[in-house]
Design a protein around this ligand. Structure first.
Ligand code: FES
Ligand code: FES
Length: 159
């Protein structure tokens, strides 16, 4: 199977029903994507598949054949965090960090598609991403801050 992961062509020769999250973490060593429930309920494992957020714990890798996968690792360079990551750092949106990559990838989808920074809209788009540490105010504040910093620190190179 061939797929594009964070802008690079990758191939996987294992079982086609291996979960995408496991291929990313175990075979491609992209351990930024986290597993929470493993049942499609918490959104911790969210990655972008052809630009849309999906739960990578529910997707067999075969379903990503020929498609474009983006993980949290795509948002920062070795020198600089992406705009959402900076905002999470500044606003305290990450505590234990298990939910954070999924939150950030959902928010990245929202940012790219021109989503509103209105608090209700942000809460709504993040409704499928659960956090068990902080409550949601710091997370919502982080996303709003990133959305309001339009044009600063944008990283669109995989689009
Ligand atoms: S780990 Fe995938 S939705 Fe919870
Ligand atoms: S920061 Fe720990 S689950 Fe959200």
């Amino acid at each position: 199977m061939n797929l594009t992961v964070n802008g690079k062509k990758r191939s996987f020769g294992g079982a086609p029903f291996k979960r995408l999250i496991d291929v990313l973490r175990e075979d491609f060593r992209l351990t930024g994507t986290k597993e929470g429930c493993g049942e499609g309920e918490c959104g911790a494992c969210t990655v972008l598949l052809d630009g849309e957020p999906v739960n990578s714990c529910l997707i067999p890798v075969a379903q990503a054949e020929g498609r474009r996968v983006e993980t949290i690792e795509s948002l920062a360079s070795s020198q600089k965090l992406g705009v959402l990551q900076e905002a999470f750092l500044k606003r305290g949106g990450a505590q234990c960090g298990i939910c954070t990559p999924g939150m950030v990838m959902t928010a990245e989808y929202w940012r790219r598609t021109g989503g509103s920074s209105e608090p209700g809209a942000v809460r709504n788009v993040l409704a499928g991403n659960l956090c068990r540490c902080t409550g949601y105010q710091h997370i919502v504040d982080s996303v709003i801050e990133a959305l309001q910093r339009k044009g600063k620190g944008k990283r669109e190179k995989f689009e």
